[in-house]
Design a protein around this ligand. Structure first.
Ligand SMILES: *Cc1c(COP(=O)(O)O)cnc(C)c1O
Length: 401
């Protein structure tokens, strides 16, 4: 079905941050399949582990114990400081699990219409519940009726959340991206998570962090919440977790981890031996090869170099990032930049219309990063120069009072 407007290119092979199309042309990948391929393409250790696992066992069922799933759960619990994990196959499913968990938790506490606070400009997936939670009217349009049980407030605004507390006695949880991805690569103020944690503690709500995009080492910590000193009650993961083998996880702390009982939630594929091998290997390689340190170093190199290269434009653009989650906000819609970059054999993305988004693999080296910035800033610079001319021309020829 035509759910995607596809770019005119077909990739058939990859290695590290490089991709080759079916005509043999080579591209520099600064998007990693939207924050999925953190180890780069065709990482030899991942390839080896997956081939071995395929030869041994791909799938049994959650009716039985699964060794790799238990090892992965232990690893995620150790890295996050949380307690229990539910495995599924995507980010939307991980958030769907979190939403169900919050509702059940509410009912257990005698709240009959459990309500979840969600944010403007958020993205949580495309299933009915996660689409309802998503703060994007365009994505929701045509799919009404949406679900009941969500209230929306602006992102990075603690007063708005506090006001809901005064007026709505049905709230059971806050669902928020620690850093917003699709909504424009937005980083909240430094005290935001702490403030949310306080409000949640005060009102006995669950703090549920969607780290589907920002988790798994991308920002320089395993999980973006670890840049603060708070703990969530629930966290969702997917994208980077399995390096492209579909896997999602809903992780919970203490009481929240015991809300689901047998029969409350399930997944046929979730946490199968193949997907869990992909995730375990991904986490092990990130740790062993110090890829989070690399993400911090290369991320700040990229930001610095963009500021140099786009120095003339710093009053009209904003460059922001944490590790290898990077955005350049333009003054105008920049969707045409994606095609322009493709012509220059560079893969980037534009999200929320105005924000050029880079999500390079955590293995990117400095020479590759330099090439990304040099190509991207040339394209962006030309684009901005053009825009300014257009705006000037329009102003000159436009109607005057
Ligand atoms: C991509 C994304 C999702 C949805 O993940 P899918 O695997 O596409 O269902 C949810 N939340 C965030 C923050 C995302 O970036």
């Amino acid at each position: 079905m035509s759910t995607y407007l596809r770019l005119p290119v077909t990739f058939i092979k990859g290695e590290g941050v490089w991709l080759w199309d079916d005509r043999g042309d080579c591209y520099l990948d600064a998007l990693s399949g939207i924050a999925v391929c953190g180890l780069g393409h065709s990482h030899p250790e991942l390839t080896k582990a997956l081939c071995e696992q395929v030869g041994m066992l791909i799938h049994t069922s959650n009716l039985y114990h699964i060794e790799k799933q238990e090892l992965l759960a232990e690893k995620l619990v150790a890295l996050s400081g949380m307690d229990k994990v539910f495995f599924c196959n995507s980010g939307a499913e991980a958030n769907e699990a979190a939403i169900k968990l919050a509702r059940l938790h509410g009912h257990n506490r005698g709240i009959e219409l459990p309500t979840i606070i969600v944010m403007e400009r958020s993205f949580h997936g495309r299933t009915m519940a996660t689409l309802t939670a998503t703060g994007n009217r365009k994505a929701q349009a045509g799919f009404e009726p949406l679900l009941a049980g969500f209230v929306r407030v602006p992102y990075d605004n603690l007063d708005a959340v506090a006001q809901i507390a005064d007026s709505n006695k049905h709230v059971v949880a806050v669902l928020v991206e620690t850093y917003q991805g699709e909504g424009g690569v937005n980083f909240p103020q430094i005290n935001y998570l702490q403030g949310l944690r306080q409000l949640c503690d005060q009102h006995n709500w669950l703090l549920m962090l969607d780290e589907v995009q920002c988790g798994i080492g991308r920002t320089g910590k395993w999980f973006a919440f670890q840049h603060s000193d708070i703990m969530p009650d629930v966290m969702t993961l997917a994208k980077g977790l399995g390096s492209g083998v579909p896997i999602g996880a809903c992780i919970a702390k203490s009481d929240a981890g015991d809300v689901f009982k047998p029969g409350n939630h399930a997944s046929t594929f979730g946490g199968n031996p193949l997907a869990c091998t992909a995730a375990l290997t991904t986490l092990n390689v990130i740790e062993k090869d110090q890829l989070m340190q690399n993400a911090v170093q290369i991320g700040s190199f990229i930001q610095d170099r963009f500021r140099e290269k786009l120095a003339n434009w710093l009053d009209v653009i904003q460059i922001r990032g944490q590790g290898l989650m990077l955005g350049i906000e333009l003054p105008v819609s920049g969707s045409e930049l994606v095609k322009e970059a493709l012509k220059h054999r560079l893969l980037i993305n534009v999200t929320s219309e105005k924000v050029v988004r880079l999500l390079p693999a955590l293995v990117m080296n400095q020479a590759e990063a330099e090439q990304v910035v040099d190509t991207a800033s040339e394209i962006i610079g030309k684009f901005l120069a053009n825009q300014t001319e257009n705006v000037l021309t329009r102003n000159k020829s436009g109607p005057s009072n």
